[in-house]
Each structure stands twice: as C-alpha cells, then as structure tokens.
Design a protein around this ligand. Structure first.
Ligand SMILES: Nc1ncnc2c1ncn2[C@@H]1O[C@H](COP(=O)(O)OP(=O)(O)O)[C@@H](O)[C@H]1O
Ligand SMILES: N[C@@H](CC(=O)OP(=O)(O)O)C(=O)O
Length: 566
C-alpha cells in the first residue's frame, strides 16, 4: 500500500510509502482514503523527539497525525525536502583570501550529496587586528583613528577580497563605516570595555560570511547569510567568554530548519558570536569559538556529522609549532579531544566537544589545504586495546602554588579551606596534587580566557592562603599533558621518566586526571620544549611500540600481542 501526501504549492512535495523499511505510526481509519487525505492536509512540521525523527502533519479541522520515520526511509522518500545533513566549519586560515574563499566554495561543492550548514570565522588574522585597533584607539585620539594600521589592514583585506571575487562592495561597506565609527567612539571615550571589545571583533565574522554567501550566490549556488546573534545563539553575558545557554538549541533549529524547508539555501552562519540573554548585546564565545558554534548547530539540528576544517591534517600528536615532526592522530574520543583542548592544544576550542558529546555526533577535523588527508575522527568510543599515548600538549607560563598547612597533621578541613579561597576569588585551578598537610596547584593562566592572572590577583591569593598555610609561589612553569590510555599509565610513566632522566629534567609535580585520559607533568618553562621534543621522539618515532611488543604483559599476565602509540 502506498500513501501519498501531496502538499499545497507553497510546501515541498512530501511522499510516504508504507513498506517494510518505513515505520509509520498511523491510525488505519485516518488513512482509509487516499483522496480525502490529499485534500485535507494543511501543513507539516518535522522535529526530533526521543532521538527519533517525527513528522507531524496538520490537517483540516485541527486533526494531526504523527509519523515516525527512520533515517534511511526519510532520505529515500523525501528527495527534494531532505534535511540539512552536516555542518562544515572553516577557520580564519581556511578563508584568508579571495583565492581561499573560492577553494572552500569548490570544496563544499565537491560533496554534492551533502546539504551543509557552513560556519565561518573571520578572514585570516582579522580578529587579532580588530583587537589591536581597539587597544590603540583608546589612546590614539579620534582624528588618528582612520590612520590606524590595523584598521587599514582589515579594510584593505576585505575590499580586495570583494573586488577579486567580482562582488558589489556594498555588501560590506556599511559594516566598514560602522567599524570606523566604533573605533572613533572608543577613541573618544578612551576606554575599551569587554562588551565593546566583543562588538568590535564581531565585524570580522559578519564580513567574512557576507562575502562568502554573496560569492556562492554569484556562482549560482543559493546561499543565505546569518548573524548568529540574530538567529537564537543566546549566551551568558560574560563578554569575551560567553557560555551558550540551552534556549539556543530549539531557537536555532527552528530558524535554520524553518528557512531551509520553506526556501532551501545553504546557511552561512557567523562563528564565534552570540547574544547576551540579559544585555541583548553581541557576545563572543572565547578565542577559537567558531568550533563551538559548529558543534552547537550540529547538536541543535541533530546532524549526521560535524566537520571542522583547519590548516593542518587533523589533530596532531603535538603542536606543530613546537615540534614540526608531529603526526595526525586518526581517532580520538570526545573525552580525549576535550582534555587535549582544555590543556592548551589550540586546534580545538575547549568547550566545543560538549554539544557533540551530548548529541553523540561525530566530529571530523580536516585540512582545507589538503582535503584528501583522512583527518581525525572524534567519537564517543574507540578501540583502546592498542592505544598507549595519543598526543602531547604543552601549556606554558603557568603559575604553581605550593601550600603547606601550618596546623598539625590530621587537621581536617584544610583542603576545603584552600579551595574555598580559590572559589571566593574566582580563580580556576588546572592540576592538583595533595597530601594530608600540603597541596600543590597550578593556576589557569588564561583564566576565563579574557584576562591574565595579574600580579595583583596573585598577591591577593597568597595573602589569603597565608592565613592558614605557608605558601610558595612558583612562576614560569609549564604543564606537559600526556593524553592517552591511562590503563597503561605504568608503561607511559616508565618511558616518561626514562626520557626525563636522560634529559636531566626534574618533574616538580605530577597529576593524573580523573578523566583517566590525562597525565600532567609540571616542569620549568625553559626545559619544556626540549622535554616535549624528547617525549615525542621516544613515544612516536623511536619504535616505542615494537620495543614493548615483546615484553608488555596484558591484564591477565599473558603477553599483549601488539601495542601502538596511538
Ligand atoms: N595538537 C595539535 N594538533 C593540530 N594543530 C595544533 C595542535 N596544537 C596546536 N595546533 C595549532 O592549531 C592550528 C589550527 O587551529 P586554528 O588556528 O584554530 O585553525 P583555524 O583558525 O583554521 O580554525 C594549527 O595551525 C596548529 O598550529
Ligand atoms: N575569529 C575568532 C573565532 C575563531 O574561531 O577563529 P578561528 O576558527 O580562526 O580559530 C578568533 O580568531 O578567535
């Protein structure tokens, strides 16, 4: 039996067949007559409920019917009304010029079977230049704003791109004028607040997306530009480091999905930006926040995959700027990727894994300069049986505090008191090592990403802690985080200490993350780079896995057949 639902001219055609591969929840009396059904339908709406796709068909006289669909039958039977399938995020390095914008457009079109949502960052180094222009505007005087080198850079880059793509400069000229006005306002006020800073950097993403969408339309691919702050990205009012609020998910799903159904066009969304729920002002999600925009859209729309396109062949075994021999890591779990990002790997925004993990949507990290490279796939689980070390992350310029209780051994409540001081002062802690009477902690240098832990704040912490303990403040330290299989921690640590001993490096603190994917070592800043190089060579280049192939014993004491460093 085939039941065809044909909707009016404003709605796309929709047809459902009742066969073995389609599960429909219908009441037979309702579908007794195909003719009356065709006549009675007014509208339909697709949504997700309990992890399933539901089609709600609204008929005359308020009658509604609900259909449960499986993905395969929906794809097959719903050709022209197919839903958005993936999100593709391109970072600043991927869209740094007109040439790059063309290449990215070609790249998107090389996946004709996909119906992507595109998220873009600002072009190249635009964000940094806008921030510098803002800082200089504070003290340069209103009449000198137009001459600011950074403003000229931003103007020239965008106008040149528009020109080279053969687009009308009116798509960005209003924004460029507004930007200059804003900088003059900053110069007049002699002040750059965090709120103004967010508004200032938002011009980068607003311009890149307008240019990209206009270019797609010019080459005949229908695209629609969106400013994230206008379509439901609702955030906290923590300017420069805002958090996405739950209300965002239904709001952006409704807007993007609704527009797509009524008039399909590739959505081009500004990364990094949101709207504060109380202030209604533009907010940003922290540096590199476009990754988070992409994963948020992925979860909101229940997409099949989230792709983040970078300028490297995926997540690498370490930062290629620290050690050029780094290699791509083929597979990571959400946990590993989150830990890696949190402990300083610039490649992913620290919060970006959360929506992907909650929606259980795979994230693929790819290279827009080398699309053939397989990249890194990040999923909920992976086969850890052969995994030892996955990646090494270095975070420098860390402050460490050694806090020793002045009270007797056995005094309870010491840890609680120490942490309540951090809480009161709003200071977040990275690594912790404790004994009954002493505690060592490292302090997050980027604290909330926006302001450095300034000396004044450090002095304040020490002053408070000295009321209950003897405190040693140790600066210029580095955290080397070893992301991997902590089930194999003895093996990892044995190798680590061999390497460090050979290199005459003393570890000052060691901490094993509760997440079970991270061992952190604290060393002096001036020894850190050399340590990372030596550790990378030992784990990824010097036949570490084959060496252990022969000797390593499994959990039950029997030899482990083979091990690999990834
Ligand atoms: N472990 C790592 N793996 C890959 N890239 C890393 C790693 N650590 C740091 N990076 C740096 O991150 C950069 C890619 O991230 P990012 O600058 O955010 O790209 P985009 O601006 O294109 O989104 C790389 O060019 C590389 O220098
Ligand atoms: N443009 C913003 C947001 C961003 O995500 O950039 P990128 O994807 O180029 O790291 C920044 O520079 O922080």
């Amino acid at each position: 039996m085939a039941v065809a639902l044909r909707l009016g001219v404003q709605s796309p055609r929709f047809e459902i067949r009742r066969d073995s591969s389609t599960s429909l929840a219908l009441t037979s009396s309702f579908f007794s007559s195909r003719i009356s059904l065709e006549a009675s339908i007014r509208s339909f709406i697709r949504k997700r409920a309990c992890g399933r796709r539901i089609l709600r068909v609204n008929c005359e006289r308020g009658v509604s019917a609900f259909f449960k669909e499986d993905e395969a039958s929906r794809q097959r039977e719903d050709g022209d009304a197919a839903e958005l399938s993936i999100v593709m995020k391109f970072g600043g390095s991927s869209v740094a010029s007109a040439e790059r914008m063309k290449e990215v457009a070609d790249l998107i079109l090389s996946f004709p079977e996909e119906r992507p949502v595109i998220v873009l960052s600002a072009m190249g180094k635009t964000t940094n230049n806008l921030l510098l222009a803002g800082e200089k505007a504070v003290c340069c005087g209103v009449s000198n704003v137009s001459e600011l080198q950074e403003l000229s850079f931003v103007k020239t880059l965008h106008l040149k791109t528009v020109n080279e793509l053969g687009l009308d400069k009116s798509i960005i000229s209003v924004l460029l004028d507004e930007l200059e006005q804003l900088l003059k306002g900053i110069a007049m006020m002699k002040e750059l607040t965090l709120r103004t800073r967010d508004y200032l950097v938002s011009f980068g993403e607003c311009m890149s997306t307008r240019i990209f969408a206009a270019n797609l339309n010019k080459i005949g691919v229908k695209a629609r530009q969106y400013d994230a702050f206008d379509i439901g990205f609702i955030t906290t009012d923590d300017f420069t480091n805002a958090d996405i609020l739950e209300a965002t998910y239904p709001a952006i799903a409704k807007r993007l999905h609704g527009d797509w159904i009524s008039d399909p066009a590739i959505p081009i969304v500004t990364g990094f930006l949101g709207k504060g729920w109380k202030s209604c002002a533009v907010t940003t999600l922290g540096r590199g926040g476009s990754d988070l925009t992409a994963t948020t859209i992925g979860k909101a729309l229940g997409l099949r995959e989230i792709q983040v396109w970078k300028d490297v062949d995926g997540v690498l075994t370490c930062d290629p700027n620290i050690y050029p021999n780094a290699r791509p890591v083929p597979h990571l779990t959400f946990e590993e990727a989150a830990e890696l990002a949190y402990f300083g790997a610039q490649v992913l925004h620290p919060q970006s894994m959360r929506p992907a993990r909650e929606g259980d949507i795979p994230v693929r990290v790819k290279n827009s300069y080398n699309p053939q490279a397989p990249g890194t796939v990040i999923t909920r689980e992976r086969d850890m049986s052969k995994a030892i070390l996955t990646s090494i992350v270095l975070k420098s310029n860390i402050t460490m505090l050694d806090i020793v209780s002045t009270r007797m051994l056995g005094q309870f409540g010491f840890l609680a008191k120490v942490f309540s001081i951090f809480e009161d002062l709003g200071i977040s802690v990275d690594c912790v090592a404790t004994s009954e009477v002493s505690i060592s902690v490292t302090l997050d240098p980027s604290k909330l990403w926006s302001r450095e832990l300034i000396q004044q704040e450090l002095d304040h912490v020490v002053e408070e802690l000295e009321k209950i303990a003897v405190v040693h403040l140790l600066q210029h330290r580095s955290i080397i985080s070893l992301i991997g299989n902590v089930q194999k921690s003895s093996l990892i640590l044995e190798q680590v200490f061999n390497v460090l001993r050979k290199n005459r490096v003393n570890v000052q603190m060691i901490s094993q993350g509760a997440s079970k994917v991270n061992i952190s070592l604290i060393v002096n800043d001036d020894q850190a780079k050399q340590c990372v190089e030596a550790l990378h060579s030992a784990f990824f280049e010097d036949g570490f896995h084959s060496e252990f192939k022969e000797t390593e014993l499994g959990d039950n004491g029997s030899p482990v057949p083979s091990v690999s460093a990834m």
